[in-house]
Design a protein around this ligand. Structure first.
Ligand code: ADP
Ligand code: MG
Length: 291
């Protein structure tokens, strides 16, 4: 019996796995957080988008950053991925200071991201979109690879294509590799984006509103996928999300932002009960039919 619904094949889970997970979590506790955000402040002409925000993401944890519109979620995401620089505070990933690094350097350190708005090559196949995610893993890139001995280049490319097929199957796109990305359903396109991020073999995955614009069914499938990624790859996932419902079911820990300030940080159950969180969400009218 599996512990959860599935969108794809996965390894079996049994007592042995439970024991392995137990050992792993002991090791991880000893190792400390994978990602640490310390007193980060970001300002845009007149707006304090983030005001001294701190939180820590444990290894192999799904950590959600939630909050109403304008709370500073995307800004936080952009600070971690290097698109924005904070005026003060710092971001550490496995002992490395990310704060003043450029996006490509942060990507090079194993931090992969998706975008809130889909950014795929619409006319290219799913397979080619995913192969782009492999590019930095090739020793010299596919272009120069083709100039080397044909056999060696061919071997390297075949290995990458095999891994791409594996990842596509994992996210539930095994039968869509030949389809043009732009012709897929919205939910499938979101999955291609996540698959592309996985193709870089990341050590930290950043997802910005992966379920935005999805219906209830697609959202549930996405929630399963995020959980499967954590379980199968044992990497931390930082999930920025507007929809409380999605994160409550899958997050190990939740940081709540409102107007750039951290108003709560804890388990999903604890933040859900928090009066200030309830107030913040009631104000937006989305968690209550009366407001
Ligand atoms: P969220 O993702 O939680 O909806 P954002 O991080 O996008 O919130 O925005 C937080 C605040 O910062 C908002 O007031 C927004 O208008 C402002 N903001 C975000 N990005 C920029 C930017 N590039 N320039 C100016 N203001 C911005
Ligand atoms: Mg946003």
């Amino acid at each position: 019996m599996t512990r959860r619904g599935s969108v794809h094949e996965r390894g079996t889970t049994g007592p042995q796995d439970a024991q392995l997970e137990g050992e792993r979590s002991e090791r991880e506790q000893a190792a400390g957080p994978a990602l640490t955000v310390e007193a980060v402040t970001v300002r845009f002409a007149g707006v304090t988008a983030l005001d001294g925000v701190s939180f820590a993401v444990a290894p192999a944890a799904i950590h959600a950053v939630i909050g109403p519109n304008g709370a500073g979620k995307s800004t936080m995401f952009n600070v971690v991925s290097g698109a924005y620089r904070p005026v003060s505070g710092s971001v550490w990933f496995r002992g490395t200071d990310l704060t003043r690094r450029r996006p490509h350097e942060i990507a090079g350190l194993g931090v992969a991201r998706t975008f809130q708005n889909i950014a795929l090559l619409a006319g290219e196949t799913v397979e080619e979109n995913l192969m782009l995610g492999r590019h930095h893993l090739t020793r010299t890139g596919f272009v120069t690879a083709a100039l080397r001995l044909p056999t060696a280049a061919g071997r390297e490319e075949r290995a990458h294509r095999a891994r791409v097929r594996e990842i596509a199957a994992f996210v539930g796109l095994g039968d869509k590799l030949g389809a043009a990305a732009g012709e897929l359903s919205y939910g499938d396109q979101k999955r291609v984006e996540i698959a592309r991020a996985l193709c870089v073999e990341p050590d930290l995955l950043l997802l910005d509103e992966p379920a935005a614009g999805m219906n209830a069914h697609e959202t549930a499938v996405m929630a399963h996928l995020v959980r499967d990624i954590r379980d199968a790859l044992q990497i931390p996932v930082l999930l920025v999300e507007h929809d409380m419902g999605l994160v409550m079911g899958i997050a190990d820990r939740v940081t709540v932002l409102d107007f750039g300030r951290r108003i709560a940080d804890g388990t999903p159950a604890a933040v859900q009960r928090d009066p200030e969180v309830q107030r913040a969400y009631l104000g937006t009218g989305e968690e209550s039919e009366n407001s």
